[in-house]
Design a protein around this ligand. Structure first.
Ligand SMILES: [Mn+2]
Length: 344
């Protein structure tokens, strides 16, 4: 593999973190496989460098059945941030998100030492921490795989399984928002991972709530033109919203899939598009108009809007749907229930 500056970046990162007795790795709220795998990879690298204590932490909880299975089978000792005393750590690293990005439960005054991410927003060049934030890779797991590689750190089976699954889910198996570096790392990790464990993660045992949620989503789904809107109502976990967006986007006639649900006084939404490349920008604009925050990549976007936001006071689902239709320039299209539509 060509170096692409990684040797230098690894050295700069190492110099920023070491020496340290304890490092906290913070990932985004309701963590997904990419951020969990990135944290596991970073933790392994730091341990390899001799850091005695590394802890992985997240806001919210691990929701999706796949992700819970991943944490359990890969023995990732990740803990909710409410159980963590930030002041007891020498260094703080943020993975797969930006400090202050709206989906990280770090207090604003927390002193961050390093950030790894792959989203469209980048920190200011003079940010007081080391950062490697890339628009041209599909997963933070790719970035961390490169750091392990260029640090000369052998990747064990569990970490390889996590990183592979992180890249796989963020790129939908190299089919979405994937770049050459993702494929390089994907191939490298394929030979290192535990395929039995991967199978168990990808085929988790589900709670009955999953099927209730699916039923609710099917009943509320509507179609307008090439777009579906699914409102899941109150959800047990915000990542159910993204899960349903992925599921419904397989409907043949769709370009856009918009899915929204309510969890603890916030409306969470996910966007998927098939051929266009503006899901992240669209998510950001919908969230902005509703008084929340959002972002993403080319084909996937997401955001959250506090129900306390002025625009959301009455009937949040309706306000959100109207705003999404307006931003997508589909306000005038008639709405048809998905299960009654002729094409479905
Ligand atoms: Mn990611």
């Amino acid at each position: 593999m060509e170096d692409r500056g990684y040797t230098q970046k690894v050295a700069t990162f190492k110099a920023r973190i070491l020496p340290a007795n304890s490092v906290l790795i913070v990932v985004h709220d309701f963590p997904d496989p990419d951020c969990l795998a990135s944290a596991a990879g970073l933790k392994y690298l730091l341990t390899y460098w001799g850091v005695p204590t590394c802890k992985i932490t997240y806001g919210g909880f691990v929701g999706r059945a796949e992700n819970r299975t991943m944490v359990q089978l890969l023995e990732m000792s990740a803990v909710p941030i409410v159980l963590v005393d930030l002041s007891s750590f020498d260094r703080i690293i943020v993975a797969d998100s930006l400090p202050g990005g709206g989906n990280v439960s770090l207090p604003p005054d927390a002193k961050v030492d390093a950030v790894f991410d792959h989203h469209m927003e980048s920190p200011d060049a003079d940010a007081p921490y080391f950062f490697d934030v890339r628009k041209d890779i599909g997963a933070t797991s790719t970035l961390i795989t490169q750091y392990l590689n260029y640090a000369g750190c052998p990747i064990p089976r569990r970490e390889a399984t996590a990183l592979y699954y992180g890249i796989k889910t963020d790129t939908n198996g190299m089919g979405r928002d994937a770049f050459p570096e993702d494929l390089e790392c994907y191939k490298l990790l394929f030979d290192l991972l535990d395929h039995q464990l991967l199978f168990k993660i990808e085929h988790p045992q589900r709670e009955i709530e999953f099927f209730r949620g699916l039923d609710q989503a099917l009943r509320t789904a509507i179609i307008f033109g090439d777009t579906a809107y699914i409102y899941t109502g109150e959800v047990n976990t915000p990542d159910h919203v993204g899960e349903m967006a992925d599921f419904f986007s397989s409907l043949k006639i769709l370009e856009w899939t918009v899915c929204a649900g309510i969890f603890r006084e916030k409306l969470y939404f996910s966007l998927r598009c098939k051929t266009l490349e503006n899901a992240g920008i669209t998510a950001r604009e919908i969230a902005r108009q509703c008084g929340g925050s959002g972002g993403g990549h080319g084909k996937i976007g997401a955001g959250q809007i506090p129900l306390s936001s002025k625009s959301m006071a009455n009937n949040p689902s309706h306000v959100f749907k109207s705003t999404a239709k307006k931003v997508l320039d589909r306000s005038d299209l008639p709405e048809i229930p998905l299960l009654k539509s002729a094409d479905a």
